[in-house]
Design a protein around this ligand. Sequence first.
Ligand code: ADP
Ligand code: MG
Length: 341
Amino acid sequence: MLTIQSLSKSYDKGKNFALDDVTIDLKAGDVCAIVGESGSGKTTLVRLIAGLERPDEGSISLNGKVIASDKKFVQPEKRKIGLVFQEYALFPHLTIEENILYGISKLKNKKKRAQEMLDLVGLSDLGKRYPHQLSGGQQQRVALARALAPEPSLLILDEPFSNLDAMLRMQLRNEVFDIIKKTGVTVLFVTHDTQDALSVADEIMILQNGKVIQKDAAANLYVKPNTLYVASLFGNTVQINKNLQTAFKCPLNENCCHAIRNEKFKVFPTHDGTDPKSIDECDHITKADVIKKVVLGDSIQLLLKLESGEQLTVMTQDSNIADSIYIGFNSNDILEFSEEN
Ligand code: ADP
Ligand code: MG
């Protein structure tokens, strides 16, 4: 459906690449998330696909037709791509209905289509209002309705929920993707938030410094991250350096980098009363003193001083933690990376 081949873009004549040799293949009906930190090149990729920028190298095809390459450039309005941005970008002087009609003015039954779109996003009765008379979440649903009205082949969402506070964000994300799933449209969902990506995408691509560093099914990324950077995007991760290997008596391959997710540590709440059998269930274990406890809602952060003198921060759900404990982890929870990125 969408094929991107070796796409590169520089804003400073090749000194730095905002996008560097990116290749992507999307099937019809896929929901693919692009995840990356601010400045990693996400919006550049969106603008190239939408036709708002021209690539330096590479090509983009949609439905088997080249829309951007060194030889060809299809104008943005001819690309059949719907866009939703962080700023809702509604016309303030037009009503909600007029905003939706804007992109489908040539359609024969445009009024009917606009109403269908309002129904779809759950704003059936609000067509006559102006954008400022709606909440942020409602405005974003109007932006979605406007993007879907011309029946695009591809819908691109660029950080659409970043303006909203946490509760509303989660609710709107679920609503928006319920609506999107009903239409069956192919989606490229750009976000810096891994929770956003994990909760709605089939496939996730990680962008770092303009390069795709991993592309995988959502569930695999958590279990098999390619690099320490990818691992830490999906939750707190502790690198098992030489000192920790000594502390836990677990010598590891010197040519690789190793880490463990914070939630994989097993905390035995006391040192004295702990059943030796349950300790045996843990492959690598050491004694530790609790230096500091910070209660963070339903979990507690522990700053530990291991028997070896190393310090380590872990999380626990257990509120009955003594001053002296055991801490351990299992071999199969160790993540191994070929290089230290
Ligand atoms: P993201 O959306 O992931 O935050 P962007 O694609 O906006 O990343 O930016 C990627 C890089 O390209 C950044 O270093 C940014 O400063 C640079 N950049 C983006 N747009 C322009 C532009 N119009 N002119 C010059 N540099 C730009
Ligand atoms: Mg951006």
